[in-house]
Design a protein around this ligand. Structure first.
Ligand code: ATP
Ligand code: MG
Length: 475
């Protein structure tokens, strides 16, 4: 059955591409994500893939010639592809190809092929839909694998034998799970089985590609779908063994702890409802990883995870390094969130002093709101009464943070008395006393002994200096 998809290609750029192909006397088609997302009404595309039955590079050059602004064409000779930007959208051109694979590489042997060959090499039926840009059937949908029906049934299925598809290019296992998460589709049972059977082949995929897919899973509306599938297919131990170690419930003498893997997935889904910050979502995913290595059972108090925040933040570094993720301020942010993840809970349980709040704001700095967002997402109790109580407690903590902040300005703390002033006052050369005094001033402010302002801090500095046996020259 051929259906007309003329409406999908109303943008004048498709007419231009069609003219360029006609001039070169080759056929071409829009294929892949653009067609899929048009059917799903997923909004404007970021990129459009064009497949030419012939040279994709020549077609791209011809299209650029026909466009009034003559955009630059980026050519990737090794891949036989070319790209140009038009109205902020990337147009990718590729020649139709037939692929065959070697067992130890995801790089195929490539030959020129027909449209059918090219559709055969696509990962999923929903990604193999093509729309003709040729005069004879402009706008016709070419859908040899019933991708259209799969879009309606919300199912991810491979055009060819799944075992071969996933073994040829194991990245497709990640892509299947990522699409299942982004689109909230089911993966066909035969596919799920083939992924499970081929899980070990994920080893030949570069960490960068894997992390790309993890980012996309985490950025989805309900990331738990992806992590549950990674778990179910047993891919997770190859990617994030730290999470696998959280799975399971142990019971000793009738005392059980919660399953921290499934708890974590709930936390990630919760935080996805309140923030798009990818690194805060990573923080939610990793916030409890220190619980596996710190778990202990004590006869009197039951299960404990002492110091799991500290151990967890150390594990973040190793995990980022192993996955070749950036070891930069993003990683430090995740470490900080993991390290501080229990701090607001302690405050929520005991409101007696402002100093704990001041210390929290001092340590979290600009990230204090993110930390509160993480803690709120961490509430996964099914007990409605407790749920309400915990939420309310954090509301109070947020309120308290606001009050303390308005009064004491602890966020981005700047010492009210400078090191230079301390040196001048006591006629000191750079020495450890200066650090001691500065630290004492900071501590006095956080403890609430003095206000965070110059006069009180200066008086405190003099008192402290004298106590240290220093003499004042300029007071
Ligand atoms: P998105 O851009 O939203 O990630 P997409 O489907 O456009 O989704 P791309 O990575 O841009 O994904 O790839 C474009 C098209 O190329 C896909 O729709 C699919 O047909 C094909 N494709 C991409 N990666 C693979 C792969 N590993 N194996 C087979 N086909 C692939
Ligand atoms: Mg795309």
């Amino acid at each position: 059955m051929q259906q007309n998809f003329r409406e999908a290609i109303e943008d004048p750029i498709f007419e231009t591409i069609a003219q360029a192909a006609k001039a070169l006397q080759i056929d071409c088609y829009v294929i892949g994500g653009f067609v899929r997302d048009y059917v799903l009404q997923r909004g404007l595309p970021k990129d459009i893939d064009i497949v030419a039955i012939g040279s994709g590079i020549e077609l791209a050059k011809q299209v650029a010639l026909l466009l009034p602004n003559k955009p630059q064409v980026s050519i990737f000779k090794n891949f036989g592809t070319a790209m140009l930007k038009h109205n902020g959208i990337e147009l990718e051109f590729v020649g139709a190809r037939k692929e065959s694979y070697h067992r130890d590489s995801r790089k195929p042997i490539v030959e020129n092929g027909t449209l059918e060959d090219d559709q055969n090499r696509r990962d999923f039926t929903i990604n193999a839909l093509a729309i003709s840009l040729n005069e004879a059937n402009f706008g016709a949908l070419i859908d040899p694998f019933n991708g259209r029906a799969d879009l309606e049934k919300k199912i991810i299925r491979t055009p060819l034998e799944p075992a071969i598809t996933y073994s040829d290019d194991p990245l497709r296992m990640m892509r299947a799970i990522r699409f299942a998460t982004q689109l909230e589709f089911e993966i066909a049972l035969t596919s799920l089985q083939a992924i499970t059977d081929n899980k070990e082949r994920i080893k030949i995929i570069s960490k960068e590609r894997i992390v790309d897919e993890l980012h996309k899973i985490l950025a989805s509306k309900k990331p738990s779908i992806g992590f549950a599938l990674l778990h179910k297919t047993k891919l997770l131990p190859y990617i994030l063994p730290e999470l696998v170690a959280l799975q399971g419930i142990e019971e000793i003498e009738g005392q059980r702890h919660k399953d921290n893997f499934w708890h974590t997935l709930e936390v990630v889904d919760n935080i996805a409802m309140t923030t798009d910050n990818l690194w805060l979502r990573w923080s939610a995913l990793l916030h409890d990883i220190g619980k596996a290595p710190t778990k202990k059972f004590h006869k009197k108090i039951g299960w404990t995870f002492h110091g799991h925040e500290f151990i967890g933040s150390k594990m973040v570094y190793k995990l980022f390094k192993r996955l070749r993720m950036p070891l930069n301020d993003k990683m430090k942010f995740v470490q900080k969130m993991v390290l501080m993840s229990s701090r607001p809970i302690v405050i929520a349980e005991d409101f007696t002093t402002d100093s704990a709040v001041r210390r929290l704001v001092f340590d979290a700095g600009d990230h204090v709101d993110d930390l509160m967002t993480l803690c709120e997402a961490d509430i996964t109790t099914k007990n409605a009464k407790k749920q309400k109580k915990y939420k309310n407690n954090f509301k109070l903590v947020r309120q308290k943070i606001k009050e303390v902040e308005e009064r004491d300005h602890i966020r981005n703390f700047q010492p009210p008395v400078s090191g230079e002033e301390i040196m001048r006052t006591f006629n000191l050369k750079p020495s450890k006393e200066i650090g001691i005094i500065k630290d004492a001033i900071k501590e006095a402010i956080l403890e609430g002994e003095i206000a965070n302002e110059y006069e009180e801090a200066r008086a405190f500095m003099i008192k402290k200096g004298l106590a240290l046996g220093l003499s004042q020259d300029n007071v």
